[in-house]
Design a protein around this ligand. Structure first.
Ligand code: FES
Ligand code: FE2
Length: 380
């Protein structure tokens, strides 16, 4: 039975879906604070859609793996002996223990509980003393393997297994970023953090230029000030804007030669629904993969990929720069999450298209799936 709070959020989303183009209202606080609404998002967005888990550079060599968690599912992301990236369940088929933790390199995974051992395709290789058990057959005890797609070097998983291929959904986004050659950029840095904010607050924050000057006066404002932001194309599964560079920002000495003069002076920003946000600057890409951890908390796997060669001090400088403005965003978003507990804040107005039009696009994506009356939503 749908709670009154969830019902009200879904009615608001129906209003978002029906709004005339150009009109943009924000969502009211329960959209960002309701644990019941998060359950709906987990079922209908995070299990049914393509969700980005990280960058393939994190599993560069055969045998490389890392573990992660998505809406309660424990996962192993790995590169197999044959060089493909795959995503397996990290839950042992015996009695459910976690098979491995952290990251590393291995071709076999042995559950520490009773030593059942799996290969890199999830096949059960060994199960001590189980041959004596009637009806037991190792071939029936593979680890579930999830649908996986690499797009621009990023690893996406689809838990439900029935999402249509990802790349065609993002074709209309590609011209904006094509010359930056994301697939050729190498991983320079990756880490995992937890922030006390709703996952959508962080996605929206990354994708709106309205806050850049007031919130980042010494970091991003001198580089990509609010006044130069321009909304870019959007589609059913993505939205974009250009964070154009200030004329006073130092010129690149060696911009990649396939970038146009215009492309060398801007940072395309894009969101792939529901959880992946990316800033593509001329030399480096900053990406964040968001995984809800309760309504008021988000796990973030973020990193940078770059055209710079390893050991280049510019990489270190870029990572430090990202860490500085990320920290500014974290502090503010954790304050925001406290503000959103208020019972006296309703819906408000979003800033014009170039500054917060992306938030309207993101709300519209959620509305198409979760609004009252939406085809995919439950309870209608
Ligand atoms: S739970 Fe993994 S071997 Fe028993
Ligand atoms: Fe920010």
């Amino acid at each position: 039975m749908e709670s009154a709070v969830v019902h009200k959020i879904r009615e608001e989303l129906a209003d978002v879906a029906a709004a005339a183009p150009g009109t943009s209202m924000s969502m009211s606080p329960p959209y960002y604070t309701s644990p019941d609404f998060l359950k709906l998002e987990e079922e209908l967005l995070f299990r049914k859609e393509w969700v980005c888990l990280g960058h393939e550079g994190e599993v560069a060599s055969p045998g490389d793996y890392f573990t992660t968690e998505l809406v309660g599912e424990q996962l192993i992301v790995l590169r197999t002996r044959t060089g493909t990236v795959s995503v397996l369940s990290n839950v042992c088929r015996h009695r459910g223990n976690l098979i491995i933790t952290g990251s590393g390199n291995s071709r076999r995974f042995t559950c520490p509980y009773h030593a059942w051992t799996y290969d890199d395709e999830g096949k059960l290789l060994a199960a001590p003393r189980m041959d004596a058990v009637e009806g037991f057959d190792k071939r029936d005890m593979c680890l579930p393997s999830f649908k996986c797609e690499i797009w621009m070097g990023f690893i996406y998983v689809n838990l439900s297994g029935d999402a249509a291929p990802l790349a065609p959904r993002l074709e209309a986004l590609e011209p904006m970023i094509r010359n930056y050659e994301l697939s050729k950029r190498r991983l320079a840095f990756a880490t995992e953090e937890v922030w006390k904010t709703n996952w959508k607050c962080l996605a929206e924050n990354f994708m709106e230029g309205y806050h850049l000057s007031p919130m980042h006066p010494r970091t991003l404002h001198p580089y990509t000030p609010t006044e130069l932001c321009v909304k870019g194309p959007s589609g059913d599964y993505f939205t974009t804007y250009w964070a154009n560079h200030s004329a006073s920002w130092p010129e690149l000495t060696n911009p990649p030669e396939n970038l146009t003069a215009e492309e060398a002076h801007t940072t395309p920003m894009f969101w792939v629904a529901p959880n992946h946000v990316v800033a593509v600057s001329p030399l480096s890409t900053l990406y964040l993969c968001l995984r809800p951890n309760g309504a008021g908390e988000v796990a973030i796997r973020w990193g940078t990929v770059t055209t710079l060669s390893h050991g280049d001090s510019d990489i270190e400088r870029h990572v430090k720069f990202c860490q500085m403005f990320n920290e500014e965003d974290r502090v503010k978003l954790e304050d925001l999450q406290m503000g959103l507990q208020s019972q006296y804040l309703g819906r408000s107005f979003l800033a014009p298209e170039d500054f917060e039009g992306t938030i309207r696009d993101m709300n519209a994506f959620v509305a198409r799936r979760l609004a009252a009356g939406a085809a995919s939503a439950v309870g209608d």
